[in-house]
Design a binder for this molecule. Sequence first.
Ligand SMILES: NC(=O)c1ccc[n+]([C@@H]2O[C@H](COP(=O)([O-])OP(=O)(O)OC[C@H]3O[C@@H](n4cnc5c(N)ncnc54)[C@H](O)[C@@H]3O)[C@@H](O)[C@H]2O)c1
Length: 349
Amino acid sequence: MLKNKSVLIVGGAGFVGSNLCCQLLQEQASITVVDNLLSAETDNLPKSQRLSFILGSIANDRVLAQVGKDYDYVFHLATYHGNQSSIFDPIADHENNTLTTLKLCEHFKGSSRLKKIVYSSAGCTVAKKTYDEVGATDEDAEVSLYHDSPYQISKIIGEFYGNYYWMKYDLPFVKARFQNVYGPREILGAGRWRGTSATVWRNVTPTFIWKSIHKESLPLENEGKASRDFIYVGDIVNGLIACAINGRAGEVYNLASGVETTIKELAEAINHLTNNSTPIAYTNPRPWDRSGKRFGSTNKAKNEIGFQAQTSLEEGLKKTIDWTKENQNLILSNISKYTYFMPELSTYL
Ligand SMILES: NC(=O)c1ccc[n+]([C@@H]2O[C@H](COP(=O)([O-])OP(=O)(O)OC[C@H]3O[C@@H](n4cnc5c(N)ncnc54)[C@H](O)[C@@H]3O)[C@@H](O)[C@H]2O)c1
């Protein structure tokens, strides 16, 4: 459906962005990627004559001038990855997470060609902070004024700006609220050092898979009681495209599997699929994180943009484990950049 369309992907060298590039190339779109490689590598980008790459921050006026305005669709996936990096360096978060959205809105307001700008928001910004049993979080859930990290603040401010530019300037801004994405092309240690070990151990699923393949014990905080909604990256890509084509400007859609899985269940599933019998290691909860249980409601996305996740957790984990095994050298080359900051990583080399 995006055949011959001109598409800008901001943050396109990252995990979700590179998967989106692959899918859009299959659909014969022409792609421009802008990325400053803060948490990505160009190795992750597919090679194609239909894809051009601009190195730099989308918050930079020179880069924006180079990017121009001649696009049918824009996907804004840039972020300062992730919660812990943002706590370590809130200013860097502001520059790469909040400011990127504001600059993009300013740049594209009044663009006559633009059909949709799809913004990657995060379900964590609206989920209740609780360990009690929860129902699925709807799109119109209340937004708290008290967040756990600058990252979460930036993600929701991005929604505020998008809403403002839609109301004031008719900017066709659609918000896609992701739950926890996992899948191939999420490279541990991709990009630059961002102050904490979360530069390498960037998300729970790739971390567990890597450690499990290496027959290590998986670290479970707070007995693994927290729950999340894990959605396969292939599904997220389809959801982003559904937002671009069918999403209504000014609206927000959850991109969720709708399935609640505890972190303990995730660890056990990964240990099982990788034949890792090393016992789980129980650790203390992260002091900053009040997010206990959460998962997303799928009704609105299903009814209004025709999106439903198709990949079961087991199927998605199998694909991700296979990809990780096949790409161990690529991952190792990224991890090895940080042995100076994290000497314990030398054991993998
Ligand atoms: N992965 C998840 O589970 C998840 C969940 C909720 C929301 N999201 C959102 O989805 C988007 C994609 O996430 P991801 O997991 O692919 O992360 P990622 O870190 O792999 O991708 C982000 C990309 O943005 C780039 N970037 C950072 N600052 C930039 C700037 N100033 N200009 C241009 N590019 C810049 C990074 O180098 C990277 O390539 C992010 O906006 C993230 O907040 C992701």
